[in-house]
Design a protein around this ligand. Structure first.
Ligand code: ADP
Ligand code: ZN
Ligand code: MG
Length: 481
């Protein structure tokens, strides 16, 4: 075991999913032709005035509430001065000393990236502030260009306390954060579109020490996997330096994901001077308790709470709860349907093994699923009530539900798929099968009871799948014993 322990804190940038940009009415959309979603405000023309986006402010406060932050009653925007081609105003509108959200936390648990189980732990959130994203520099062959479509997109920065102690905990924190943002409708957090980006800060110290070691920041991590790998390598590098009695200096490094090493970007500049000052073109924002209360009412259930509820009040296993909550739409689908069935656990089985299988065979997403929660719930009830058997439900009715709005009971009636549970009708079938398979009947009588499966199967076939297999089984046993 290492004598050193890692200390990790993360700074995560999350683009908000809003209709328009932060301070202008340009659409907030990804993937358009460069410089087609721009105006004088988001390209920093002189003399323009910013108008704060209400939806972005509400979503930031919602993010704060979902991470147990204190919401500031008084907040303001500030100018952060710097010079770089991605920001022609020469300052970014951000928040300095009075961010919207302070002192929160999120719970992590479950599994780390390597699959190892993690204990439950609470990670502190230092602050969440709102700012504008900057333009994107594109380096083409022989020339560089700037795409302003991203400039002015609402961007939250979520800063954690240095509470994580391993790359796995950092991975779990990022996963939990992403899930919360997606469940809250705050951001889609699509890393490939740059909607969630993280910088990791890591230091090491001798186990048992209380003071923190020298912190190194690693920038440009564009996947959780990259963050996890970069941390493993950086912790190894720092451990090697310290174990050879070397010293570490505070610096900013970058991660080369192809060759798996971190490299120096810059030594810590002597106290960054961003010359923060209050944005003079916007009034500070003051929230009254009633306003905050009305936002609080619209805060959805946290994914971890939802899973706990699925397990404790609906009887799902932890595994079922995880599969169903892995997608927000699937979770609310299940939630809706569960209110219409007698046994939510059976519904969960149907969703996991049948609905998801059909979706993947049809190569469609949960969002494109055309089977309504009402349809699936009724189908599950028809099976539970033995009106139809599971085979009929899976093979004959479920596929129809993808193409039609008809309710399963209606389909059962139209196609006369009702399960035959009537003893006299089934007895006739049983007698016919007993006559046709004398060898198997002898086997059963001599004690090889496993052959019952075969006989029931033949009887099911004879009934064209409509017989109630439990009743068939009983009738065979009665007749042959
Ligand atoms: P800076 O002034 O360099 O921005 P901050 O104190 O604001 O540093 O912290 C930035 C991030 O670094 C936070 O997420 C914090 O949790 C983390 N951090 C701070 N000190 C350490 C440390 N010694 N080791 C690891 N992470 C740290
Ligand atoms: Zn604009
Ligand atoms: Mg800082």
């Amino acid at each position: 075991m290492s004598v050193y322990e890692a200390v990790i804190g993360l700074e995560v940038h999350v683009q908000l999913s809003t209709r328009t940009k932060m301070f202008c009415s340009c659409p907030n959309r990804f993937g358009e032709e460069p410089n087609t979603l721009i105006c004088p405000v988001c390209t920093g023309n002189p003399g323009v005035l910013p108008t704060p986006n209400r939806e972005a402010v509400l979503k930031t406060i919602m993010a704060g509430m979902m991470t147990s932050c204190e919401i500031s009653r008084y907040s303001k925007f500030d100018r952060k001065s710097y010079f770089y081609p991605d920001m022609p105003k020469n300052y970014q509108i951000s928040q300095y000393d009075l961010p919207f959200c302070l002192r929160g936390s999120i719970k992590i648990g479950g599994k780390g990236f390597s699959g190892a189980p993690l204990g439950n732990k609470t990670i502190g959130i230092t602050r969440i502030h709102l700012e504008e994203d900057v333009a994107k520099s594109l380096h083409l062959s022989g020339a560089s260009g700037i795409d302003f479509n991203r400039a002015g997109v609402p961007l939250m920065e979520i800063v954690s306390e240095p509470d994580m102690r391993s790359p796995d905990e950092a991975y779990a924190y990022l996963s939990a954060l992403k899930e919360i943002m997606q469940f809250g409708g705050i951001s889609d957090c699509d890393m490939e579109k740059g909607q969630m980006r993280c910088d990791v800060n890591v230091s090491i110290r001798k186990c048992g020490d209380t003071a923190f070691g020298t912190k190194i920041e690693i920038k440009n991590l564009n996947s959780f996997r990259a963050a996890h790998r970069a941390l493993i390598h950086e912790i190894e590098r720092q451990t090697e330096v310290l174990s050879k009695n070397g010293t570490l200096e505070q610096e900013t490094r970058a991660w080369n994901d192809d060759e798996a090493f971190t490299f120096l970007l810059r030594k810590k500049e002597s106290a960054h001077d961003y010359r923060y000052f209050p944005e003079p073109d916007m009034m500070p924002m003051v929230f009254c308790e009633a306003e905050l209360e009305s936002i609080r009412k619209s805060v959805p259930e946290l994914p971890a709470e939802m899973r706990a509820r699925f397990v404790s009040s609906l009887g799902l296993t932890q595994y079922d709860a995880e599969v169903i909550s892995s997608d927000k739409l699937l979770a609310s689908y299940f939630d809706k349907a569960s209110k219409l069935v007698k046994n939510p656990k059976i519904l969960a089985n149907w969703i996991i093994s049948e609905l998801l299988r059909e979706l993947s065979e049809r190569k469609i997403s949960v969002a494109e699923n055309t089977v309504s929660p009402e349809q699936l719930a009724e189908l599950v009830n028809l099976v539970s009530d033995a009106v139809i058997n599971a085979k009929t439900a899976k093979e004959l009715i479920l596929p129809i539900l993808f193409e039609s709005d008809a309710m399963p009971s209606q389909i059962v009636k139209e196609k006369s798929l009702s399960q035959v549970s009537d003893d006299s009708a089934l007895l006739a079938i049983v007698e016919k099968i007993v006559e046709s398979f004398p060898a198997q009947v002898e086997q059963f009588k001599s004690g090889k009871t496993a052959v019952l499966q075969f006989l029931v199967g033949q009887a099911m076939k004879e009934s064209k799948g409509k017989a109630n297999p439990q009743i068939l089984s009983k009738l065979f046993k009665d007749k042959l014993s």
